[in-house]
Design a protein around this ligand. Structure first.
Ligand SMILES: Nc1nc2c(ncn2[C@@H]2O[C@H](COP(=O)(O)OP(=O)(O)OP(=O)(O)O)[C@@H](O)[C@H]2O)c(=O)[nH]1
Ligand SMILES: [Mg+2]
Length: 464
């Protein structure tokens, strides 16, 4: 598997500020509030796209920011929302949280395995509400509005796992590495002893219309499913590929084995490892067709493949079968049959990709699990006692509210206190031992604690 990793910083667009304004009409001396809301900032979205094949775009540019929302205006005019910024990545990209200072990866945000899969990695800030929202029965003319919410931001890791579309599977020395070197630009080690290949090699095959990725996997032997040989680890890779190209040494190899027997052993190993592999689309290849005397074996193997194809199709000779009924005959030495094999695998890969695309629909499939988890994490806050009458309050959400507040405006601060009360901050402070008149610090600001029972909350009737 080919792996590439980048670290980037993403920031959503900040929310636009809400507007504080009062209606002005001729002959009406004092109109009601009419300040509109600020627009929402755009999100930064990471989306898997089948036409993107590398993370090169993120190698040299590391900071990505979505558009901010514009401010609200008088006459109830709302600000415009900022546009989302969509970062396209290859299918098979894993997105994780990243701590740039500690150089540590955090939680997995999403595994974008299908074309169109998307995840919001940095949410835009909500627009601040205009003063029309803060009218209560006792406060008809609220003289403040919210500032926009600052956007989410942070570092993330993008890890591309280039997934092979097809895997070359077979006994050791069947000629898998020789074939991949004919089919692609890959240059793996080739030798006449078993287990030459110790790690999977990947090659990009350029066939008529489609490019695809093929993997050359270390040879499998009988018992591979229970760990014999090198096979077990690599069966995992096969598990993730959409199709199998089963390579059989048609000469029977140096030990004079029976190719049909070899073919059956490998099929059995795949099935024993994982039942679903029995139905994985596959093409069977008889390799080394340049060595004389293979005709007999070829005919017997062709017959076996045909029978398997019918069996895999539920006994119906005319139904579609995951096993291609045609046996391909190649020589990595003379390149005979290689172009034909490349085209056949290409056509199948294309068909499988289309089917996967349809099954997954064109609509971006958003993964919201991580977002919800993050929101829950951000809602948490912490109260710390600094001295007998000074407390410090910290937490992502409460700090965001502080940034959204205009501290020169008495009413805005009253509203912030209402929010704190709603979020349970007052109760937490009380439990931590805060008394009336104590100083509460948050983000370099400070306010005086008033026990919740004392102050009358003019915003209690608002559902915000
Ligand atoms: N004559 C002939 N020899 C071939 C052909 N393909 C491969 N060989 C030879 O067979 C031997 C094994 O080839 P590899 O490509 O290393 O086989 P492999 O399947 O990758 O083997 P492992 O990595 O050990 O699983 C080498 O000596 C190759 O030169 C072919 O089409 N014709
Ligand atoms: Mg090899």
């Amino acid at each position: 598997m080919f792996i590439d990793k980048v670290h980037i910083h993403v920031k959503g667009g900040d929310g636009g500020a809400g507007c504080m304004s009062f209606r002005r009409e001729a002959h009406v001396p004092k109109g009601g509030p009419d300040g509109g809301d600020g627009g929402r900032g755009g999100n930064v979205v990471v989306q898997a796209d089948g036409s993107v094949s590398s993370l090169l775009d993120y190698r040299f540019k590391h900071h990505f920011k979505a558009e901010r929302g514009t401010h609200g205006q008088g006459k109830r005019m709302h600000g415009a929302n900022g546009k989302d910024l969509v970062l396209k990545v290859p299918v098979g990209t894993v997105v994780r949280e990243y701590d740039d200072e500690g150089k540590q990866v955090g939680q997995t945000i999403a595994d974008l395995t299908h074309d169109g899969d998307a995840v919001v990695v940095a949410q835009g800030g909500v627009g601040g509400r205009g003063n029309i929202h803060f009218v209560t029965s006792t406060r008809r003319a609220p003289a403040f509005a919210e500032l926009g919410e600052p956007a989410h931001e942070g570092w993330i890791e993008l890890e591309m796992k280039l997934m092979a579309d097809a895997a070359l599977v077979g006994m050791p020395s069947a000629g898998k590495s020789s074939l991949i070197s004919c089919m692609s630009a890959a240059k793996p080690k080739i030798a006449d002893y078993p287990f030459t290949t110790l790690q999977p090699n990947l090659g990009v095959v350029r066939s008529d219309d489609y490019d695809y990725v093929i993997a050359d996997v270390p040879g499998l032997i009988e018992g591979a499913h229970e760990g014999k040989g090198l096979g077990h680890d690599f069966l995992r890779h096969i598990e993730r590929t959409a199709m199998i190209v089963h390579v059989v040494d048609i000469t029977g190899g140096f030990e004079g084995r029976d190719p049909v027997e070899d073919y059956r052993i490998i099929n059995r190993e795949l099935e024993l490892y994982m039942e679903e592999l029995a139905d994985r689309p596959r093409i069977v290849v008889a390799n080394k067709c340049d060595i004389p005397g293979f005709e007999d074996n070829l005919a017997r193997l062709a017959q076996a493949v045909k029978e398997d194809s019918i069996k895999a199709a539920g006994g119906n000779e005319y139904a579609d079968s995951p096993v291609n009924p045609k046996l391909f005959c190649t020589s990595a030495a003379t390149r005979k049959g290689v172009e034909e094999l490349k085209a056949a695998v290409g056509a199948k890969v294309h068909e499988l990709r289309e089917a996967a695309r349809e099954a997954h629909a064109a609509e971006p499939h958003y993964d919201h699990v991580w977002e919800r988890r993050r929101e829950a994490r951000e809602r948490r806050f912490n109260v710390e006692k600094l001295s007998s009458d000074v407390f410090r309050l910290s937490g992502t959400q409460v700090e965001r509210w502080v940034v959204q507040t205009d501290w020169d405006n008495e009413e805005a601060i009253t509203f912030l206190q209402h929010r704190f009360k709603r979020a349970g901050v007052d109760r937490a402070l009380e439990e931590a031992g805060a008394r009336d008149g104590d100083e509460i610090r948050i983000l370099g600001r400070a306010f005086v604690y008033e026990s919740p029972r004392q102050h009358e909350d003019v915003y209690d009737e608002l559902d915000i």
